[in-house]
Design a protein around this ligand. Structure first.
Ligand code: TA6
Length: 302
């Protein structure tokens, strides 16, 4: 087995007791964050949030036990940053190239209450001319909640730039059979799990229960979504702003998954993804910016 070459660890951003930069899985640069009430992990590879856990609670974030951690490969789970496109694209990596890129660590900060903020920037990538005028930053704030803000600014003077963006969050659940997802009642959706997904499916008036392959894209939705987990006796809440699209996904046993996915992992995860995809894609005028913000929290079931 060849020794994994560790990526160069950025210096000067560690904060004693709050931010440590280590060689994580596969030798990738990993920021290990510790606050008074929680811990988090962020890989520079893809600016990928690979963990968030409140002290004394099960993790909120799910990562496949079979995930790769290597340049050029996506981390399976966590919070993939899908950018500048969402889904498949001929001859291109699914969900864009941002998650396969090592982001620059711009700064870290710890507030007096112990909250930690990490700012990362997507470097310019040779050959990606269509998006060279976009400046994209990702700011993660770790405390009792996890806040993620993806800001994209069009620094060109002459042209509108179109892109899709999505924070594709994998949530950890105790048993998918004891989970319901609420907040999307009354919204029509595109069903990518069952063949013809062009025609929007009629809105439902009840929470989603996952008992089969589920791959729903709700366009024009800005509401908060809650994942009620009866097994772990908690509610995970996804609040967002600057996002018109919500995706709910679980591959069940039927979606063909890559080799970095465990056969039974569908039982302990559900994705609730917040972004601007499909009909909600962004057309950003020169000098304008788009801010996609997601706040993740958990509360015990009463
Ligand atoms: O968002 C749902 C989806 O598009 C599914 O169709 C499935 O392909 C999934 O994304 C894969 O996401 P990942 O981040 O694991 O590549």
């Amino acid at each position: 087995m060849s020794k994994k070459t560790a990526s160069k660890k950025p210096s000067g951003h560690e904060i004693a007791g709050r931010v440590e930069i280590v060689n994580g899985h596969g030798g990738l640069s990993l920021l290990k964050i510790k606050t008074p009430g929680s811990t988090a992990e962020i890989y520079l590879h893809g600016a990928h949030v690979a963990g968030f856990q409140k002290n004394g609670e099960p993790p909120l974030i799910f990562v496949s036990a079979k995930s790769h951690f290597a340049a050029g490969k996506p981390i399976r789970g966590g919070v993939p940053i899908c950018f500048p496109w969402f889904g498949g694209r001929d001859g291109e990596p699914a969900h864009g190239f941002a998650r396969l890129t090592e982001w620059q660590l711009v700064k870290t900060a710890a507030a007096p209450d112990g909250t930690v903020t990490v700012t990362l920037a997507l470097p310019e990538i040779p050959g990606r001319e269509a998006w060279k005028n976009l400046r994209t930053e990702f700011v993660v704030t770790v405390g009792d909640k996890l806040t993620m803000e993806l800001t994209t600014a069009n620094e060109s003077c002459d042209g509108v730039v179109e892109f899709e963006a999505c924070l594709h969050t994998y949530f950890h659940v105790g048993d998918i059979g004891a989970v319901s997802v609420s907040g999307l009642e009354g919204a029509a959706y595109l069903n990518f799990a069952e063949g013809d997904n062009a025609a929007p499916r009629p809105a439902e008036s009840f929470p989603i229960r996952i008992n089969r392959e589920t791959n729903r894209t709700y366009c024009g939705t800005t509401s908060a979504v809650e994942i009620r987990d009866e097994k772990l006796h908690r509610v995970l809440r996804v609040e967002k702003s600057g996002s018109q699209s919500t995706v709910v996904w679980n591959p069940w046993t039927t979606q063909k998954m890559p080799e970095d996915w465990g056969a039974n992992e569908y039982l302990n995860m559900v994705c609730v993804e917040s972004g601007n995809v499909k009909a909600d894609k962004i057309s950003l005028a020169p000098g304008k910016a788009s801010v996609l913000k997601v706040v993740l929290s958990s509360t015990a079931l009463k």
